[in-house]
Design a protein around this ligand. Structure first.
Ligand code: FE2
Ligand code: FE2
Length: 395
């Protein structure tokens, strides 16, 4: 067996970074057990992890393959979706007049920290080599916060296009009306995250390669329910958890207010995903349902284990410590531990609710430590206002 760590340590820094990236890509693809899941993620994995399309600084062109579904009879076919549509119309907001954009944001102001003290464990970082003074620590926190918000922004662009595609493809007429409001919501989310990063943090990171893989796989899948599952349940469900953690932890008032409004919208989106998929998955064959169950599990793992701010590592620590050391640091640092907990406490109950956590797969969830979230409330049981009240209580 080849000792890859020893082999890569002999290479120049830049080349080592590339090789470590490729080995990681190989690792991810080898981990996927279900061949159907591999077929669905594989081509996007090559584009994202090997060719690194997200890092080329040029627009990505992706060919969609879904069918648009027209219904010229306009049936009242889903009262719950109709209710969500009514709620969404009332919940629209204009960021220009709703958010106090005149707030001055200083990422280094200790009285209004972007992330709380202790979010990053600097002793653990120092034990791996890098020793930062107070100013550098504050700059690293600024980088990590900008990285997270940049990934939210890129995720929102994915959500905007996925919402548009799903609105075309879905068979529920009431769902199409609701979907139109979601397209508007996602457009607004792209607007506010981009404006915050551009005007207030003055920093924007490129799309993370693993997030690219997931978004690309969804965009190119011809099955509407896979787009739905990927975007409305997985990406949005995890984003909702991440927004919630950041909402609770940030001391920067404009960001907190922005997140509050985004969370209220996102709660409707995930609710819609649960409504549409719960019904649809009941009608699938066993084999089709199993494929989705495996796919959701693999994507959850991908997001848990691979979403580790390597872009920040490449900017700050490449050549100073190894990727492996950075990853163990990010995995164990308190702020990110909290993030993962909140994300999965939102996601796993939704997967259960739509029928994708059968007894067959529970042992795999248990093995990777995700079974503890199994009994939480799903998105159709908790609305945006309830979610904010919960987060305020926990703060
Ligand atoms: Fe969104
Ligand atoms: Fe959304």
């Amino acid at each position: 067996m080849i000792d890859t760590a020893k082999l890569t340590s002999l290479l120049p820094t830049k080349m080592r970074g590339r090789l470590e990236g490729w080995l990681e890509a190989l690792d991810i693809l080898l981990e996927v057990r279900d061949p159907r899941v591999l077929r669905s993620l594989g081509p996007s994995g090559v584009k994202g992890l090997i060719l690194r399309r997200a890092k080329q600084g040029v627009p990505t062109k992706t060919r969609a393959r879904h069918e648009a579904h027209f219904d010229w009879t306009y049936p009242a076919d889903n009262p719950e979706m109709r209710k969500l549509y009514e709620r969404a119309k009332k919940g629209q907001w204009n960021s220009d007049s709703t958010l106090a954009w005149s707030t001055s944001v200083d990422p280094y102001d200790p009285a209004r920290p972007l992330l709380p003290d202790g979010f990053l464990d600097f002793d653990a970082l120092e034990a791996r080599g890098p020793k930062l003074d107070a100013r550098e620590r504050a700059r690293l926190v600024h980088s990590v916060a900008s990285w997270m918000l940049s990934q939210f922004l890129h995720g929102e662009q994915g959500a905007l296009f996925a919402a548009a595609q799903v609105t075309e493809a879905v068979q529920f007429y009431d769902g199409k009306l609701y979907g139109a409001t979601q397209v508007m919501d996602e457009g607004r989310h792209v607007e506010v995250f981009h404006r915050y990063l551009d005007e207030k943090l003055c920093k924007l990171y490129q799309l993370n390669d693993n997030l690219f893989v997931i978004i690309d796989a969804l965009m190119t899948d011809s099955r509407w329910d896979m787009k739905f599952l990927g975007m409305q349940i997985m990406v949005e469900g995890l984003a909702l958890g991440a927004f919630g953690t950041l909402y609770r932890q940030t001391g920067e008032p404009l960001l907190k207010e922005l997140l509050k409004y985004v969370i209220r919208d996102e709660a409707r989106h995930v609710h819609y995903g649960v409504l549409a998929l719960r019904q649809h998955f009941r009608e699938l064959s066993d084999s089709e349902r199993r494929e989705r169950e495996d796919w959701a599990f693999e994507v959850a793992l991908l997001m848990r284990d691979r979403f580790l701010a390597v872009e920040v590592y490449e900017e700050w620590f490449e050549g100073v410590m190894s990727r492996g050391q950075w990853k163990s640091f990010v995995t164990e640092t308190p702020g990110m531990v909290q993030f993962r907990q909140t994300m999965f406490s939102r996601l796993v109950p939704n997967l259960r609710e739509i029928g994708l956590v059968s007894p067959r797969i529970v042992p795999r969830y248990r093995k990777v430590g995700l079974a503890q979230y199994m009994n939480g409330l799903a998105a159709d049981r908790i609305d945006g206002a309830g979610m904010i009240a919960d987060l305020d209580r926990a703060a």
